[in-house]
Design a protein around this ligand. Structure first.
Ligand code: FE2
Length: 274
């Protein structure tokens, strides 16, 4: 993923006319999609993945594939050779609060969970990467120019390896919502981007974790690309008081299922922008 790909949300993608549409217009469009989904669910079944062509999320219309995927066999080496060495990932990289010369501003939190496959087997010793906005809703990136302060002690980037039982754990700062250019007064719910590498490069998956009770869920055309409430719920972490630590951090737990009918939604490769 290039830097520019990661932050294309900060540029208008479909022209100024759509960017001027109101939240009320977006709400009506999103409600119509959900209504259609609920009406057809009995016939077509439950959706677990996002709609590729979801007009309220403006840039989805331009990004999703319009032709059938072309099957390409990966080079044999990609199927078994490690993408990185285990020694390449320092355990300190899982703590996003110690990257600067001082403490970053905001709510210190731990987010942890377990990554399993569809049969419940742990995904062991695999690379987990996260990136996020800071406590003011600002990414440390040149394409993010909205008038909220940068934090010199917070890059918003971290990574770790899952342990032998599939657990990951990050110490970070709770991100804030931020505006984007999908429509007038558009705000993303607070979220953390996750990238998961399997044992081989073609298995990489991208998704987003949200926080419970966010009032922006109903208004967000990205969150709403997933039409099924239960599938949406699987992207929301739970507050876990056992992960919180006395006078130090709050705690959230978020488990990820990579395959099967209960799988966590993951973005198609190349769509890790917002
Ligand atoms: Fe984001």
């Amino acid at each position: 993923m290039s830097d520019d790909e990661a932050f294309s949300e900060h540029e208008p993608v479909t022209g100024s006319d759509t960017a001027q549409r109101s939240q009320a217009e977006m709400d009506a469009e999103m409600a119509a999609v959900i209504e259609g989904y609920e009406a057809g669910k009995a016939e077509h079944g439950e959706e677990t993945q996002p709609r590729l062509n979801y007009p309220p999320y403006r840039s989805s219309v331009l990004r999703h594939p319009t032709k059938d995927p072309h099957h390409a066999d990966p080079e044999t080496i990609e199927l078994y050779a490690p993408v990185f060495g285990h020694r390449d990932v320092d355990p300190l990289e899982a703590d996003l609060t110690i990257q600067g010369n001082g403490e970053p501003i905001g709510e210190r939190m731990v987010v942890t969970g377990r990554i399993v496959d569809g049969e419940g087997r742990p995904v062991r010793h695999q690379l987990v990467e996260i990136w996020q906005a800071n406590a003011a809703g600002r990414y440390m990136h040149k394409r993010d120019q909205h008038p909220a302060p940068l934090d010199p002690n917070f890059t918003g980037v971290g990574r770790c390896l899952t342990d032998g039982d599939g657990h990951y754990r990050f110490t970070t700062i709770k991100p804030a919502p931020y505006p984007w250019k999908n429509h007038r007064n558009a705000w993303r719910p607070a979220h953390i981007h996750f990238s998961l590498f399997g044992t081989d490069f073609p298995a990489r998956m991208i998704t987003q974790m949200y926080f419970p009770g966010d009032p922006l869920f109903a208004l967000d055309p990205i969150y709403q690309t997933i039409t099924d409430q239960r599938a949406r719920d699987r992207l929301v972490a739970t507050y876990d008081h056992d992960v919180s630590q006395h006078e130090w951090n709050t705690g959230y737990r978020w488990d990820i299922v990579l395959t099967g009918s209960q799988r966590t939604w993951t973005e198609p490769e190349g769509d890790e922008h917002e």
